[in-house]
Ligand binder design. Sequence first.
Ligand code: ADP
Ligand code: MG
Length: 317
Amino acid sequence: MAKTIMVALGGNAIKAADDKGTAEEQLANVYKTSRELVKLIKAGYKLVVTHGNGPQVGNLLIQQEEGKSMVPDMPLDVVGAMTQGQLGYMFEQALENILAEEDLHIPVVAIVNQDVVSADDPGFKDPTKPIGPFFTKAEAEALATEKPDWVIKQVKPESIEKRFRRVVASPIPIDNTEIDVIRKLIDSGCIVIASGGGGIPVVRDEHGLHGTAAVIDKDLAGAKLAELIKADIFLILTDVDHAKLNYGKPNEMNVGEIRVDEMKRLAEGGDFLKGSMGPKVNACIKFVENGGNRAIITSLDRACEAITEGYGTQIVG
Ligand code: ADP
Ligand code: MG
């Protein structure tokens, strides 16, 4: 049976560093990314794909704030769902068109997907993830009355006028609400795009599911989904070809194939920085510790080499 790869795509798969973020730019990047993904399909693998949504959510939140005197602004969970729809659409179209060019008849589907988090997650007590527009002191004070549930923190020095920003929790994903249908779609031969932007964060209580103001790390959500679908490989594609030791120093060194216990020991050294490589390494460790065979970190353009030749950082059990 064909092996399944759970691919987690980073920000550069959709938006290049110097892009404005227009729809045309995003679609062009999604096409480039999808061409790499189709190479994996041609190599005989089944794919499940997840992606980040940071820049897209950021821009949509600015639109909410700027337009709220004319039309109601949408809460963060709804904005997350909007980006899943937007990016899912782009990946569906790009993959469908490229597969058709290659005369491959594989259905592609993007789903709006919720991830369950715990209402008791420590992240909710001390939110740290900054999102959306920057505010002046006066704007921040007005928002404290208008949005009593928001936590706004100063994130830039006193000398900068717009120095306040909303912060939200980044809770750990514990379940994937649509997992049964995702499994059915994979089994029926579809390429599934799911859990975009880390999934829409929801909490479950005696009344059912409810959206919550949070952002789930997409690498952690990807690892959870990889575990739930029993993927053979969890592949994180970012803008660097390896996780590195002594990152940014003259004695910088690539981490190649490594056992999970050894990677855990290296991670304690702090070389994999907190808001970027750290969560990727942790997500890979989690996947392998929870029974996964192999987790890989490499760059988008080396994806094929990583799968067929063992290139990149390869964490094994
Ligand atoms: P993505 O958008 O793909 O999720 P991030 O920007 O969050 O990617 O993470 C990738 C970045 O992590 C790299 O561009 C690099 O700057 C940074 N990074 C931090 N620590 C390391 C490390 N030890 N090795 C390699 N890259 C690192
Ligand atoms: Mg990035």
